[in-house]
Ligand binder design. Structure first.
Ligand code: NAD
Ligand code: MG
Length: 354
């Protein structure tokens, strides 16, 4: 018995006659606004007056206004600005225009879970968090499919929060692929843990350490790059399609044996204990506090770490090799990004993944 909810289990009429304000028109905002509109939901997009995205939204046939006016007119307000910008957008523009009974929604639980945003009691609070980037949310919807999503209700003041949250998931096409109920706590904590321990932090540190081990031992950096970074995609694709077992079925017996005997020596008891510690610091709010304070100070540590990591040896070797591999579609962050010259949201629109 699946726990997921699909289109057939959702009453899409819960949003009938309601107006949805989509605040922000980046990766998720564009996809949500356009999918909802194509699903017959009345949508208004709330943006900064000087936003470069306003023209794109209008060209898509959407009505655009500022975040405050959009909120004032809406029954449902979906906050799709970067999580670091959301508290100030919420406090300055959204909260003063909220009326009781409005459903305030998010695509990630961070700000509600850690108390950066604390809406008044008469406000419903829900979440629909697609498990994929915005351009996929849009592209699959256009083709009749959808990106699966998590959904959660943090507060149900009206008695309609769950039905409206599900109808929203239906409207963006997520329930075509299935939606799974969660809580703001579970979504936030697992999302942060996944990106820190495995997807982003874990993988980049593993790749970098493997590369440096080979280069320090006197092997050619180009060869070390192929072995520790380039081939990673092949392995990950096999795992994505068929799990760990299918990947192991597809590699040589020698590689498979080495996997079993050496893998647990890399990810050993010390690493597992450290993973538990990282999870504990996410759960007790230590990480959130550190990141929020970092933001208040203007992110000096964050900027320093970004610049330092951009100088890793594997980066220059990799950039040169990739420039001769047109077939992989080489990409690079915009000039000056790592030195603080440009912000991410304006430099790589639509590329956010986790
Ligand atoms: P984004 O960076 O792509 O877009 C944010 C948009 O917000 C910008 O394009 C702009 O229109 C607007 N904006 C930026 N700064 C602003 C400010 N100071 N004031 C007002 N508007 C501003 O963001 P995103 O990746 O779409 O993320 C939005 C939400 O979706 C976040 O909560 C994120 O965690 C969540 N989410 C993202 C993804 C993803 O793959 N990108 C997946 C699931 C959930
Ligand atoms: Mg994340």
């Amino acid at each position: 018995m699946t726990k997921l909810i699909y289109d057939a289990g959702i009453d899409a009429s819960a949003l009938e006659g309601q107006t949805v304000a989509v605040i922000g028109y980046g990766s998720q905002g564009e996809a949500h606004a356009r999918n909802l509109a194509d699903s017959g939901v009345r949508v208004v997009v709330g943006l900064r007056p000087d936003s470069s995205s306003a023209d794109r939204a209008r060209e898509a046939g959407l009505e655009v206004t500022d975040a405050g006016s959009a909120t004032a007119r809406a029954n449902v307000v979906m906050v799709l600005v970067p999580d670091t910008a959301a508290p100030s957008v919420y406090h300055d523009e959204i909260e003063p225009n909220l009326t009781d009974g409005t459903l305030l929604m998010f695509a990630h639980g961070f700000n509600i879970h850690f108390g950066e945003i604390d809406p008044p009691g008469g406000i419903d609070v829900g979440m629909v968090a697609p498990k994929g980037p915005g351009h996929l949310v849009r592209r699959l919807y256009e083709g009749g499919g959808g990106v699966p999503a998590l959904f959660a209700v943090h507060r149900d003041a009206t008695g309609t929060a769950r039905a409206r949250t599900l109808a929203y998931a239906h409207g963006i096409g997520a329930s075509r692929a299935g939606v799974l109920e969660t809580t703001f706590a579970e979504e936030t904590e697992t999302d942060l843990f996944g990106e820190q321990a495995v997807l982003c932090g874990g993988v980049t540190s593993l790749v970098n350490a493997g590369f440096e081990t080979l280069v320090d031992a006197g092997y050619q950096p180009e060869l070390a790059y192929f072995e520790t970074m380039h081939e990673l995609k092949l392995i990950v694709d096999l795992m994505y399609q068929g799990g760990l077992q299918y990947m192991r079925y597809s590699i040589s017996d020698t590689a498979e044996y080495g996997d079993y005997v050496s893998g647990p020596r890399i990810i050993d008891e010390r690493i597992r204990a450290e993973m538990k510690q990282i999870l504990a610091e996410i759960q007790d709010g230590t990480f959130a506090k550190r990141w929020i304070e970092e933001g208040r100070k203007g992110a000096p540590e964050f900027r320093r770490l970004r610049a330092e990591n951009a100088n890793a040896r594997i980066e220059s070797v990799g950039a040169e090799l990739r420039s001769h591999m047109d077939f992989i579609g080489p990409k690079q962050a915009p000039e000056g990004w790592a030195d603080g010259g440009r912000e991410k949201a304006e430099s790589i629109p639509g590329e956010g993944v986790v």
